[in-house]
Ligand binder design. Structure first.
Ligand code: C2E
Ligand code: CA
Ligand code: CA
Length: 768
């Protein structure tokens, strides 16, 4: 119970951490997004769309006098002689316009008479503003300040007409004023709106003003007197060009390409309705992150979608309300954050959906396979034997009822137990393996003797259980084994069954195992364990046997008996032997240097005795590692292979000659006639563990061990007893004059590191 609570707590903690991590990374990403203005294009598009929502008419107080194509056709080609400008100004001032803004650069002098006419018109009108273009740099082109000659400006005001435009040729912001030479010159827009000059500041244009509602009169009509004077009387007038042929056309976001005069007019309309303010992207981002934070806190998919959806909607449309009050904020970094979090959370949910049984909402078997915490626990699988038939007769909505009843029974005694449900009536869970599982499973079994009731109908629920007591294998394998055990229990009419490792030895795996073994050596999945050997006279550890170990990345540890037998039968043992030998010899050399004389035993299949190069390789290996040959013992297995092969015996003799010891392994199980015993130049006989283990309970085993010791000693061979599991057996072996013992009671096969520790502690103990 406590365990489960703490698991739930840890899970919640983990979820919380993941939430914060996501939030932090999102914030960083969105911040960078904002800083480098990645959202410029969508930001502009959103603003244009919103402007359409609240577009409105211009004030009508500013009129555009357009030098349009018709004017050019009727009056003549551009540039017009300055007397035409003079004439225009005269006409307008006679009509009683408030101010005239000439959005045409009067640069340098022209015809004397023309210039004089213009000077006098300006002087007469007393309300003319002339255009100034401040120095600007566009790409590689730098434009100098352009000011009208002093004779014109003497009686005129000056206004700034240039502005910065972006990748689209669109102008989003203009200056209130700018310094030109030594004067602070207000922009046309600022001047038209009579705004304060605010040096160095710009403002955002309100493009919700529909430019087509700005009153326009063609210049030629003004000159010809073809206009309604009321349209111009008391109004401000901007004279500007409006022809593709001349240029000075800009992109007015949302409204298309238009004469530059509109930028001034719309700018002025903006300032007339208030003072635009720009909040930047940070406030919206804070809001977006706030929503993201809320979303990561919610469990239900509906709530998460609602929060994020609402945030996205608020961010895209909310600014409408602000923009109507000339408050501008950028929202794309915030939207970007909301998008990241939505995508990640949706992805997580999607992945989780693959881990849940759709009928019951319980985690499914994929979830079980992914649960690392179950690694050290027993795994129990339950199978409702007739599940498919039951469900076939139930209306669709009642399967859930049935499952609920099964689940509540399986949870008896452990209400918080995490149950996993597979398809077709399979349930599984983890159980503390330090408690006996049998009683628990039998109790569950008896609960299922009572029928379930769905819609008043009794339903029998025959069940069987399979138990896999924790093994190092992967959860996928363990689950499969537990299910097989449950299946076998059902067939055998048992309530439950343990998984039997023997069933693993199926042919398919054996074949693939063989093909994997060579690469396993290269990949470092194979390693060597060392089992200590105890000298029964000195009571000292005098050496160890090297035993190959394979830890498969998916299947976990594979029994040596399993892969070695397969490798030997298919002549694939060579590479493995070389590997173990190399490791063992170098390990022994290390122990030798640090702890004094230490022998090492390595298993050698008699089949390998045909390999001519082996003796030479072995000699070189010993020399390279600096291990004296007499400290190496080769334990010969599969001695039957020696029968009838002369070369095998020759090689054994050669091995003896270089000083290596030979031991006859598994003595008593295979070919062990006295004849062979004499022929094999062994210095040691290793009595097979099957005789040693139970020798105190089995008289014939005891006789076998005793007689072998006598026989070996009479042939001047040492005797090693392996498989010593009890102290009593060890004591009996001492009494029987056995030389060396090996077995679990002395030590299990262990890593080199553990062996070294063991040696240091026991040697220190024996000195003390
Ligand atoms: P083996 O040569 O008879 O090795 C002794 C086996 O008995 C080892 O099993 C060891 O873990 C186990 N054992 C040791 N003490 C006890 C005990 O007190 N009780 C019991 N029940 N078992 C004990 P392991 O490591 O599974 O090896 C199985 C066999 O695989 C070995 O039998 C050996 O024939 C072979 N083998 C292991 N490593 C190699 C190798 O590098 N090369 C070759 N050719 N064969 C190897
Ligand atoms: Ca052995
Ligand atoms: Ca053996």
């Amino acid at each position: 119970m406590e365990e489960i609570c703490s698991v739930a707590w840890r899970k919640a903690q983990k979820g919380e951490q993941a939430g914060w991590k996501l939030l932090l990374w999102t914030a960083v990403a969105a911040f960078v997004f904002g800083l480098i203005q990645l959202g410029e294009v969508p930001e502009d598009m959103l603003r244009v769309a919103r402007n359409k929502v609240h577009s409105h008419k211009a004030s009508g107080d500013i009129v555009f006098v357009a030098v349009d194509d018709r004017s050019l056709r009727e009056i003549g080609r551009w540039p017009w002689p300055r007397r035409k400008h003079a004439e225009l100004i005269d006409r307008l001032s006679q009509t009683g316009v408030k101010r005239t803004f000439l959005d045409i650069i009067i640069h340098g002098r022209s015809e004397r008479t023309d210039d004089d006419l213009l000077v006098s018109s300006i002087e007469k009108a007393r309300n003319v503003t002339l255009a100034v273009s401040a120095r600007s740099v566009t790409g590689s082109v730098s434009n100098p300040d352009l000011l009208p000659p002093i004779i014109f400006s003497r009686h005129a005001k000056l206004g700034l007409i240039n502005f910065a435009y972006n990748y689209q040729n669109a102008v989003w912001r203009i200056d209130y004023s700018r310094k030109v030479g030594s004067n602070q010159v207000p922009s046309f827009a600022g001047k038209l709106a009579n705004a304060a000059p605010k040096p160095g500041q710009t403002f955002i244009l309100d493009y919700s003003v529909d430019p087509s509602t700005v009153p326009v009169v063609a210049a030629v009509d003004v000159l010809a007197g073809r206009f309604n004077p009321r349209m111009l009387k008391g109004k401000d007038v901007v004279i500007g060009t409006a022809s593709d042929g001349i240029g000075d056309q800009y992109f007015i976001p949302g409204w298309g390409k238009m004469p530059g005069a509109y930028v001034h007019i719309l700018g002025a309309e903006t300032l007339k309705s208030g003072t635009p303010r720009y909040l930047g992207w940070f406030p919206a981002l804070l809001l977006g992150l706030g929503a993201c934070w809320l979303a990561t806190k919610r469990k239900s998919a509906g709530q998460v979608s609602f929060i994020l959806g609402a945030a996205a909607l608020l961010l895209t449309l909310g600014p409408v309300g602000l923009e109507m009050n000339l408050i501008y904020a950028d929202v794309t970094p915030a939207l970007f954050a909301v998008m990241i979090v939505s995508t990640v959370l949706a992805g997580r949910r999607w992945r989780q959906r693959g881990l849940v049984n759709t009928v019951s909402g319980l985690p499914n078997l994929s979830a079980l396979r992914a649960n690392k915490m179950g690694q050290d626990q027993a795994l129990i699988a339950a199978r409702i034997l007739n599940y498919a038939e039951i469900v076939a007769t139930l209306p669709a909505d009642q399967e859930r009822q049935l499952v609920d009843q099964i689940v509540s029974r399986l949870r008896v005694g452990a209400a918080n137990r995490t149950l996993y449900e597979g398809d077709g009536g399979i349930f599984a869970w983890f159980e503390d393996s330090s408690q006996p599982v049998g009683n628990h499973v039998e109790a569950l079994y008896s609960l299922f003797r009572n029928p379930a009731r769905v819609d008043g109908q009794p339903i029998d629920l025959p069940i069987s259980f399979g138990v896999e007591i924790g093994s190092g294998r992967s959860l996928a394998n363990r689950l499969a084994s537990a299910l097989v055990a449950a299946e076998e229990a059902a067939h055998a009419g048992l309530k439950w069954k343990y998984h039997d490792p023997e069933t693993l030895e199926d042919a398919g795996w054996k074949l693939s195992m063989l093909s994997q073994l060579d690469s396993a050596v290269d990949k470092g999945e194979v390693w060597v364990a060392y089992q200590p050997k105890l000298d029964l006279k000195s009571r000292q550890i005098i050496g160890a046997e090297a035993l190959a170990r394979w830890t498969h990345p998916e299947k976990g540890p594979i029994a040596a008996s399993e892969f070695i037998a397969a490798a030997e039968q298919h002549d694939r043992i060579g590479k493995l032997t070389d590997f173990v030998l190399e490791q063992a010899v170098s390990a022994a050399a290390t122990v030798n240097r640090k702890q004094g004389p230490f022998g090492i035993a390595v298993n050698l299949s008699a089949r390998l005795l045909g390999d001519k190069g082996f003796v030479l390789r072995l000699r070189a290996m010993l020399a390279r590692n600096g291990l004296p040959a007499h400290l190496l013992t080769l334990e010969l297995t599969e001695t039957a292979a020696l029968a009838g092969s002369g070369s095998g015996f020759d090689m054994l003799a050669a091995l003896r000659d270089i000083g290596v010891n030979i031991s006859i392994d598994d003595y008593g199980t295979g070919l062990s006639t006295l004849d062979y015993l004499k022929k094999i130049p062994a210095s040691e006989i290793k009595i097979d563990q099957s005789f040693v283990k139970g020798m105190l309970d089995n008289r014939s085993d005891l006789v076998m061990v005793q007689s072998t010791i006598g026989l070996a000693h009479s042939l001047d061979r040492k005797v090693v007893a392996e498989g010593v599991e009890q102290q009593a057996v060890l004591d009996a072996l001492v009494d029987m004059n056995c030389d060396v013992a090996q077995g679990y009671v002395i030590g299990r096969p262990m890593s080199l590191e553990s062996l070294m520790k063991r040696l240091t502690s026991t040697r220190r103990a024996s000195v003390a």
